[in-house]
Design a protein. Structure first.
Length: 451
């Protein structure tokens, strides 16, 4: 088997090596292909990945290429982790939004739309090439905004696409950690959209475990739920995806980001530039220990840098909402591959077409939902009716997503402005027009001309 990572020069790639090697024999994996258009990053990060594999005694072949056709030819699975516009694109997205008094976070609101403008056309090209060269392959999309990008792929007829996100399975993992259980023994009931999801149940052998823990102050303080007012959690009776912070504490989040010396994107851009400069100075083949040490220090510094909130007020605390602990998104991707390959069923939350799972959503709507994965694909669980506040928010944001996909595919400024007008974190047509015009100007090298 061959697995391909598109965006393989990304800084997280070395973290993928241990979980890949743990499953290599079971999957029959022979080749891991890292593809990136940035040859220098691919050389540095790819060398680190190869060294990590060597240290772990891995026997798979790790190849590197800047040729997407070479990367996709003969592959069984493709993991997409694109960042069109690189770190600087994220910086522009955040700063431009903040200048107009709205959040620019890269997966939601104005910033999420700007990233989707660049991500969707690029990933559609990858999907079309994959269909030509390896028509039976599966694409597992981690490119942000993951739900919106997966929606665009599905709308264009690419059915062998699943959106993945480690945060979707956080409730089950945290309950298992707290109770010292194996997560595989637990069944979670997750519903929502990517980075806008909730869990209303985590069970073991039919026994409900989540409900009592949501009333346990120690549990709340020991998980990402510490970001939220305990009274809100008690009122809802749901596990809250940590990205709901941007929705339920939007003004506070905006205030904290606005007064900070750097945005998240600016900090990551600076750290990544330092990492690459440090790695260039090391002859990895002669001194791999130094290179690995540089990378480890980088990842430790990156972890835990999101501002946190409690009881509605900002505080000086930190959480890494895209945790580097455990196997992260790669663990979700590999578990999905395992079930698709071996046919062994397992449950996890993924981004797939609704197909009647959640009441009030269209069958073709991509939702984040508990699924059973087997050799025939990912099958959403029947969730049924959900609480009205969550249902209304989901439908509003999905309307935005439908309009956003249509706007990007048609390259329409008017539709894009309408999409942002609908989004609860913008809610203004004039502001939407301004944001669209300025984003198109800022990223014209990547998005071209829109009408």
């Amino acid at each position: 088997m061959k697995i391909t990572i598109i965006g393989g020069g990304g800084v997280r790639t070395p973290l993928a090596i241990p979980p890949i090697l743990r499953r290599a024999e079971r999957l029959g994996l022979e080749e891991l292909c890292l593809m990136d258009i940035d040859g220098e990053k691919l050389r540095l990060i790819g060398s680190l990945a190869q060294e990590a594999a060597r240290l772990l005694g891995g026997r798979i072949r790790i190849t590197r290429t800047t040729d997407v056709r070479q990367a996709l030819r003969g592959t069984s699975f493709v993991i997409t982790t694109l960042r069109v516009g690189n770190d600087h694109g994220r910086v522009l997205d955040e700063r431009l939004a903040l200048r107009h008094g709205v959040l620019g976070q890269e997966t939601t609101g104005a910033g999420g739309f700007a990233m989707a403008m660049r991500s969707i056309p690029a990933i559609l090209e990858v999907a079309e090439t994959l269909d030509q060269l390896s028509p039976g392959a599966w694409m597992l999309n981690f490119t942000n905004p993951a739900g919106l990008v997966t929606q665009a792929l599905r709308d264009r007829g690419f059915s062998r696409v699943i959106g993945i996100c480690d945060g979707a399975n956080r409730a089950r993992e945290e309950v298992a950690r707290w109770l010292h259980l194996d997560p595989r023994e637990l069944t979670a009931e997750v519903f929502g959209l990517n980075h806008l999801s909730w869990a209303r149940s985590v069970r073991r052998n039919g026994q409900e475990l989540l409900g009592p823990l949501l009333r346990d102050p120690d549990f709340l303080a020991g998980t990402s739920l510490r970001l939220f007012d305990p009274a809100l959690i008690e009122r809802m009776g749901l596990w809250l995806n940590e990205y709901l912070l941007y929705w339920y504490c939007s003004k506070e989040a905006l205030a904290v980001v606005s007064r900070g010396p750097q945005t998240r994107g600016e900090a990551i851009q600076e750290w990544n530039q330092t990492l690459m400069a440090d790695l260039r100075r090391v002859e990895l083949e002669r001194d791999p220990e130094t290179a690995i040490g540089i990378y480890r220090a980088y990842m430790e510094r990156r972890a835990g840098t999101y501002g946190a909130f409690r009881n509605g007020a900002p505080r000086e605390a930190a959480i890494d909402t895209a945790s580097e602990a455990g196997e992260g998104y790669m663990g979700v991707a590999l578990d999905t591959m395992d079930s698709l390959t071996t046919g062994e069923s397992r449950d996890m939350a993924l981004n797939v077409s609704n197909e009647g799972a959640i009441d009030g959503m269209e069958p073709a709507d991509v939702v984040e939902v508990s699924c059973t994965v087997n050799g025939r694909g990912a099958h959403p669980h029947r969730i049924g009716a959900i609480p009205e506040p969550q249902a209304l928010l989901m439908r509003t944001v999905k309307l935005y997503e439908r309009l956003a996909v249509e706007a990007i595919l048609q390259r329409s400024r008017a539709l894009a402005a309408e999409a942002l007008m609908v989004h609860p974190l913008v809610y203004s047509y004039p502001l939407g027009k301004t944001l669209v015009d300025e984003y198109l100007e800022a990223h014209k090298a990547y998005v071209g001309e829109w009408s």
